[in-house]
Ligand binder design. Sequence first.
Ligand SMILES: O=P(O)(O)OC[C@H]1O[C@H](OP(=O)(O)OP(=O)(O)O)[C@H](O)[C@@H]1O
Ligand SMILES: Nc1ncnc2[nH]cnc12
Length: 179
Amino acid sequence: MQNAINCEPLKDLVRTVPDFPKPGILFYDITTLLKDKAGFAQMIDALAAHYIGKDVDLILGIEARGFIFGPAMAYRLNAGFVPVRKPKKLPAPTAKVTYDLEYGSDSLEIHLDAIEPGQRVVIVDDLLATGGTMQATVQLVKQLGGEIAGLAFAVELDFLRGRQKFAEYDVFSLLHYSE
Ligand SMILES: O=P(O)(O)OC[C@H]1O[C@H](OP(=O)(O)OP(=O)(O)O)[C@H](O)[C@@H]1O
Ligand SMILES: Nc1ncnc2[nH]cnc12
């Protein structure tokens, strides 16, 4: 089932903020969607629906905004949730990767024992821009031997062409923006 629910009206609930966090960036603010109870429920249902019957063991959420969607999707799909965190937040031994962002660079870490080899993993984040954050997380999952069942986003900025980095994967985004 490919996005059977019409999610286009949810776009009306996403606020755009010019020049945040720095000049020239148009920021897509999902907090206005999150606080709408019907909108939030529809978004989680539609994201989870894409993976029903696809044998997902784990949902990985990327700090910070992936933590909003990941646990709710995991609950719906009867899967576990794994946090992928900014540096020095996880207490046990980790794998680490550094990556470039639309507006800077950052690092991410995952617990070495978070994924068992062969487990089927969906990685979720709020937004796909250049794809640097997701690409880094894909590297972490591969390093731990996980099988990538899909990459999920609430919002995709089509004009940044981040999707091109993930030709071999099932990339599923609910809301697309062309500018
Ligand atoms: O596709 P990309 O170009 O990598 O950009 C997308 C990433 O940028 C934002 O996170 P940010 O690093 O701002 O961190 P935050 O979630 O902690 O605010 C967003 O939540 C994605 O994780
Ligand atoms: N333009 C943007 N709006 C919201 N989140 C982002 N993350 C990276 N680019 C972004």
